[in-house]
Write a protein that binds this ligand. Structure first.
Ligand code: 9MR
Length: 477
């Protein structure tokens, strides 16, 4: 082969590889529901952000970053800004991992929650074994250097992370033992001096509802505000167990904002005992929706962040054996019922403003959108209990053309009444109903599927519908 022929051959190979990557990314973002502007645009329309945690390792996973870029507008580094990474030995700093997350965020129009500066965990042993007299200068030096490095690049800092025990006492860690409770005010003042523009937070878990620990955080924040200490917000981690979102969450967030600080849901996940049933996923959808509604109900709640993008990235299975499935995306980055519930809680719908680009068209017999030339297939599963049921339906386009939108018609059993839905709008709630795609799952290429479902009340007949039709064409069961 001549030099020119070899060059041309190589260029063609590179072009083919790039085209393949572009196709993959398009397919992934469509699968992830990225086409409708994602959670972030719905959240922004409500005046809040929707974030996720990302680690350095996550950035090398195209399926993950496609979802992250499409859905989220705030990033919290999972580990890269913690003390053990940034100052592993005294005075020797490494900001490369954190910088990588910041660059990714900036390239994708996302802001960054800096996490975190002072924490008894992921703390190098050179700090925890310092003589008390040297702890304050080590802490101040660490804060000043890190906050100065990221000055102007982070929206907020979790300045002190998880300072409380569950009974509301302060942890007796190296910082408390050296400086007493005053280490918190000192850390906040030091961070403020290094970047007066960053919002300064205290962040903790098990403070989402009203309890001894959140009372202690409340008392601390009130006293910091009274002393004029720079504190701007409180982060509520929100690592929930299925069905256990506290009913007092909105009221609790509200009482903090009344002190003059912002509040944020900083590390949301909702763990399920494995294997997760469809009823579990429906409960998880309710839990996620409740958290988003609680934030929206409180005017000082600035945003919600999930801890990790999908179930494959979650810390839960490693820390709570037997539990998992804690995020809104499954391990293939497909949206779960919780995602649809959050879309709905943020005001998204097939007919809402964010969905206009892909709202469903009236059924037609002539192909896309409406009836697939060739057909459709439906798989369906029901879980029922005394007076309720959930039904999960997967619609597959078995036709030869891409659907731009879909409306699936079926008849509910006598006595069944739809009370909530995920990944589709269903109307009316009884009798013959039509399930219509939402903004993010209307496009179905040949062979592609969309899964949606509903919860209904029932009075004894919990049978699945006998038939489904799309654009007047019966689907194969
Ligand atoms: O997600 C983080 C995980 O990769 C680390 O192994 C773990 C170690 O403590 O920290 C995780 O993130 C934590 C966060 O920084 C603070 N709140 C609890 C989070 C889950 O452990």
């Amino acid at each position: 082969m001549s030099v020119h022929a070899r060059l041309r051959h190589r260029l063609l190979a590179v072009a083919a590889a790039l085209a393949a990557v572009a196709l993959l990314l398009t397919a992934l973002s469509a699968r992830a529901g990225a086409t409708g502007g994602g959670l972030k645009s719905l959240a922004e329309a409500k005046g809040i952000y929707f974030g996720t945690a990302l680690t350095q390792g996550n950035l090398g996973v195209p399926a993950l970053t496609a979802v992250a870029a499409a859905q989220f507008d705030m990033v919290t580094p999972g580990n890269e800004m913690k003390w053990d990474t940034t100052e592993p030995s005294d005075g020797s700093y490494d900001f490369a991992p954190g910088d990588q997350i910041v660059s990714y965020a900036q390239a994708n129009g996302m802001r960054v929650r800096g996490h975190n500066l002072v924490w008894d965990s992921q703390l190098p042993s050179w700090v925890s074994s310092l003589p008390s007299a040297q702890v304050q200068s080590a802490m101040e030096g660490h804060i000043t250097t890190e906050v100065t490095h990221y000055r102007g690049q982070v929206y907020s800092w979790d300045v002190v992370n998880e300072p409380f025990n569950d009974d509301g006492t302060l942890k007796q860690d190296v910082f408390f033992n050296a400086m007493g409770s005053g280490y918190i005010a000192d850390a906040l003042r030091t961070a403020h001096a290094a970047d007066p523009g960053a919002k300064l937070y205290l962040n903790d878990y098990n403070i989402e509802g009203e309890n001894a620990k959140s009372d202690a955080m409340y008392t601390l924040v009130r006293s910091l505000k009274a002393q004029g200490v720079p504190i701007d917000g409180v982060g509520f981690e929100s690592h929930f167990i299925l069905g256990q979102v506290p009913s007092t969450m909105a009221a609790n967030l509200e009482r903090f904002t009344a002190l003059g600080v912002d509040v944020a849901v900083t590390e949301l996940d909702d763990r399920i005992p494995l294997p997760a049933t469809s009823a579990d996923l429906a409960q998880q959808a309710d839990d996620y929706a409740a958290v988003v509604q609680d934030c929206l109900a409180v005017s000082g709640c600035v945003g919600v962040s999930q801890w990790g993008v999908g179930d494959a990235d979650s810390w839960i299975p490693g820390t709570f054996p037997g539990y998992g499935a804690a995020t809104m995306f499954d391990s293939d980055y497909q949206p779960k019922p919780a995602y649809g519930a959050v879309v709905a809680a943020l005001g998204g719908s097939a007919t809402g403003p964010s969905a206009s680009a892909s709202a469903s068209a009236p059924p037609s017999a002539s192909g896309s959108p409406g009836a697939p030339a060739g057909g459709c297939q439906v798989a369906d599963s029901v879980d029922a209990w005394n007076t309720g049921m959930t039904e999960n339906i997967t619609l597959t386009n078995t036709g030869a053309t891409t659907l731009g939108a879909w409306s699936l018609v079926f008849t509910l059993g006598g006595g069944q009444a739809v009370s909530s839905t995920w990944n589709a709008a269903i109307s009316p709630s009884t009798g013959q109903v039509t399930a219509t795609n939402l903004s993010y799952n209307g496009t179905l290429a040949p062979g592609a599927s969309a899964s949606f479902g509903f919860q209904a009340t029932q009075t004894g007949d919990f049978a699945a519908p006998a038939s489904f039709s799309l654009g007047g064409v019966s689907c194969v069961g």
